[in-house]
Ligand binder design. Structure first.
Ligand SMILES: Nc1ncnc2c1ncn2[C@@H]1O[C@H](COP(=O)(O)OP(=O)(O)OP(=O)(O)O)[C@@H](O)[C@H]1O
Ligand SMILES: [Mg+2]
Length: 213
C-alpha cells in the first residue's frame, strides 16, 4: 500500500456467459490471499437502491420499457453505487473489482440500442462523477457459445441474437478506442489460462500504481 495515492477500479466486461463473474471472483480470491484491501461489486446493483432498480431492469415482464428509460435506470443504479460504494473505497485506497461498469452502457445501450453516444457519455459522466475504470478485462466470445454455457432468461438476455451480436461488436469498438486500458481476452480459452492472464496483468498494473506485492 506504500506509495499508493488512491485506490483503483478494475472492471470486467463482456457478453452474457463470457466469464466475467467467474474471473472477477478469482481476482477477488487473489486479492484476499495477498491481503490487498478491496471491494467486489456488480452492476446493476450492489446497493439496496441498485438492487431494486436491477429487479425492474431485468424483469422479463417489463417488455414495454423504452430504451431511454432503460439507460437512465442503469445510470441511476450506477450513480448510487458510485457515491455509496466506489468513491469511499477509492478514497480508502482499496481495489474496486466491478462485474460490469460504464463500458456495458456503450456496448448495450449506445451500440446495441442506437442511443446517441455524446449524450449518453455526458449522462454517464454525471452519474459517475467522471470516475473511469483504470483497467478493464473484456471477454470476447461468440454469442452462441456464451448462451450455451447457461440459462439466460432475464429481460436483457432475451432480446434477440442480432442485438447481442451488435453488443459484442460494440464492445470491440470501445476497446479499440481505449487500447491501453482495455485488455481483450479470448473468452474461449480455458478458465485457468484466463485466470493467469488476469493475474499477470493485474499484478503488473498494481505494481505500476505503487502497490507492493
Ligand atoms: N473460460 C471458460 N470456458 C468455459 N466455461 C466457462 C469459462 N468461463 C466461465 N465458464 C462457465 O460459463 C458459465 C458462465 O460464466 P460466468 O457466469 O462467469 O459468465 P458471465 O459473463 O458472468 O455471465 P452473465 O453475463 O450471465 O453474468 C458458468 O457456468 C461458468 O462456469
Ligand atoms: Mg455474471
Amino acid at each position: 500500500m506504500h506509495g499508493v495515492r488512491r485506490g483503483v477500479l478494475i472492471t470486467f466486461e463482456g457478453v452474457e456467459g463470457s466469464g466475467k463473474t467467474t474471473q472477477a471472483k478469482f481476482l477477488v480470491d487473489w486479492l484476499i490471499a495477498r491481503k490487498i484491501p478491496h471491494i467486489f461489486i456488480h452492476e446493476p446493483g450492489s446497493t439496496k437502491i441498485g438492487e431494486a432498480i436491477r429487479s425492474i431492469l431485468l424483469n422479463a415482464e417489463n417488455k414495454v420499457m423504452h430504451h431511454k428509460c432503460e439507460v437512465l435506470l442503469f445510470l441511476a443504479a450506477r450513480s448510487q453505487l458510485t457515491y455509496e460504494k466506489i468513491i469511499p473505497a477509492l478514497q480508502q485506497k482499496k481495489v474496486v473489482v466491478a462485474d460490469r461498469f460504464s463500458d456495458s452502457t456503450y456496448a448495450y445501450q449506445v451500440y446495441g440500442r442506437d442511443l446517441p453516444p455524446r449524450l449518453i457519455s455526458v449522462f454517464n459522466r454525471f452519474a459517475t462523477a467522471g470516475i473511469k475504470p483504470d483497467l478493464t478485462f473484456l471477454f470476447d466470445l461468440d454469442i452462441a457459445e456464451g448462451r450455451a454455457r447457461g440459462v439466460f432468461d432475464d429481460r436483457m438476455e432475451t432480446v434477440g441474437k442480432t442485438y447481442h451480436q451488435k453488443v459484442r461488436r460494440g464492445y470491440l469498438k470501445v476497446a479499440h478506442r481505449a487500447k491501453k486500458r482495455i485488455k481483450i481476452l479470448n473468452g474461449e480459452k480455458p478458465v485457468d489460462d484466463l485466470k493467469c492472464e488476469i493475474v499477470d496483468n493485474t499484478k503488473a498494473f498494481l505494481i505500476g500504481k505503487g502497490y507492493k506485492l
